[in-house]
Design a protein around this ligand. Structure first.
Ligand SMILES: [Zn+2]
Length: 303
C-alpha cells in the first residue's frame, strides 16, 4: 500500500506497545487495508497464549486443525448482535471480543455500532475479561485484544476532504462523533487522521518500508518491554507507568508545556507517556527523549 506514512507508523506503534488505535478518515482512504496489515506486524503467540486462544475458538464451536499460532484478526460488522460481540446466548458462547483475544478486534464504522455494544467494550478494555450473563448464570471469558476502530469524520463521510464537499450540518456531525463517549475515547492511546489521497497524490506517494522491516522493529521493541516490565507499554498505568518512563529534561519540559497548552487531563497525559515510551522502545532508547514526546503528540487528533 502506498502513502499514509503517518497511519502506518501509528500501526507500528500500536503493534509494538499494544496501544488501541482509532483511525478517522473518508471512505476510500484505506483504513480497512491498513488495519489488515496489523496481524502481520504483531509478535507470534506464545505457547501459553496459543493454548488459550485455541480453547476460546473451540468453545465458540470452531473446528481447529491445530493450535492457533497467529494473533487472531476479527472484524465484525456494525450490525453484529450484542451477544455476538460481547458473548452470551442461551448456551453462553464467547463473542467477538473473546475471539479477538491476544489479537486484533477491528471495528469499522465505529459510531454505527449500538450504544450498548460500544459501552460494553469498556469492561474488557479495562480488565481483559468479559462477563456474559444470562438469567441464572454468568460466565467470564478472556478478552484482551488490540482494538482498532475506524470511522468517517462525519455522517456523509467527506468532512475535510480536499475534493468532495461535506453535506452535514455541524449539529449532525456533533451527534455522530458524540456516539463515542468520553470514557470510551479515553481508551485509545492513538487517534490518527487517515486522509483520502487524490489519484495524483497516490501516484507520487512513496511505497514505504517493507512489512518485514517494520515487523523486525516491532519484535525488538516488544522484547525490550517484556524484559523491562513483563507487559507491553499499552498496559502500563499509574505508578508502574511512571516507574518505567525515564524522561529527559527536554522531554519533561515539552510534556509540561503541552499539558498546560492543551489542558491535558490526567488520562491524556498518561496516554502520551505510554506512546512516547513505545516510540523510544522502537528506537532502542532506554530513556524517553524530547523527540519521542514530540512524535507522540502527533497521534492525538481531536474528533
Ligand atoms: Zn459530512
Amino acid at each position: 500500500m502506498k502513502g499514509q506514512a503517518k497511519a502506518k507508523r501509528a500501526l507500528e506503534i500500536a503493534a509494538a506497545g499494544y496501544h488501541h488505535l482509532l483511525m478517522v478518515g473518508s471512505p476510500g482512504s484505506g483504513k480497512t487495508m491498513l488495519a489488515k496489515r496489523l496481524p502481520f506486524l504483531l509478535p507470534p503467540l506464545s505457547q501459553e497464549a496459543a493454548l488459550e486462544v485455541s480453547r476460546i475458538h473451540s468453545a465458540a464451536g470452531q473446528v481447529l486443525k491445530g493450535l492457533v499460532r497467529t494473533p487472531p484478526f476479527r472484524a465484525p460488522h456494525h450490525t453484529v448482535s450484542y451477544a455476538g460481540l460481547i458473548g452470551g446466548g442461551a448456551i453462553p458462547k464467547p463473542g467477538e471480543v473473546s475471539l479477538a483475544h491476544r489479537g486484533v478486534l477491528f471495528l469499522d464504522e465505529f459510531p454505527e455500532f449500538s450504544r450498548d455494544a460500544l459501552e460494553a467494550l469498556r469492561q474488557p478494555l479495562e480488565d481483559g475479561v468479559v462477563t456474559a450473563s444470562r438469567a441464572k448464570a454468568s460466565l467470564t471469558f478472556p478478552a484482551r485484544f488490540l482494538l482498532v476502530a475506524a470511522m468517517n469524520p462525519c455522517p456523509c463521510g467527506w468532512y475535510g476532504d480536499p475534493e468532495r464537499a461535506c453535506t452535514c450540518t455541524p449539529a449532525s456531525r456533533q451527534r455522530y462523533v458524540g456516539k463515542i463517549s468520553g470514557p470510551l475515547l479515553d481508551r485509545f492511546d492513538l487517534v490518527v487522521e487517515v486522509p483520502r489521497l487524490t489519484p495524483a497524490e497516490l501516484a507520487r506517494a512513496p511505497k514505504g518500508e517493507s512489512t518485514e522491516a517494520v515487523r523486525e522493529r516491532v519484535l525488538r521493541a516488544r522484547e525490550r518491554m517484556l524484559s523491562r516490565q513483563g507487559r507491553p507499554n499499552g498496559e502500563l498505568a499509574g505508578r508502574a507507568l511512571r516507574e518505567h518512563v525515564h524522561l529527559s529534561q527536554g522531554a519533561e519540559d515539552l510534556l509540561q508545556a503541552a499539558a498546560k497548552q492543551l489542558l491535558l487531563s490526567a488520562r491524556s497525559y498518561d496516554r502520551l507517556l505510554r506512546v512516547a515510551r513505545t516510540i523510544a522502545d522502537l528506537q532502542g532508547s532506554h530513556g524517553v527523549e524530547e523527540g519521542h514526546v514530540a512524535e507522540a503528540l502527533a497521534y492525538r487528533k481531536t474528533l
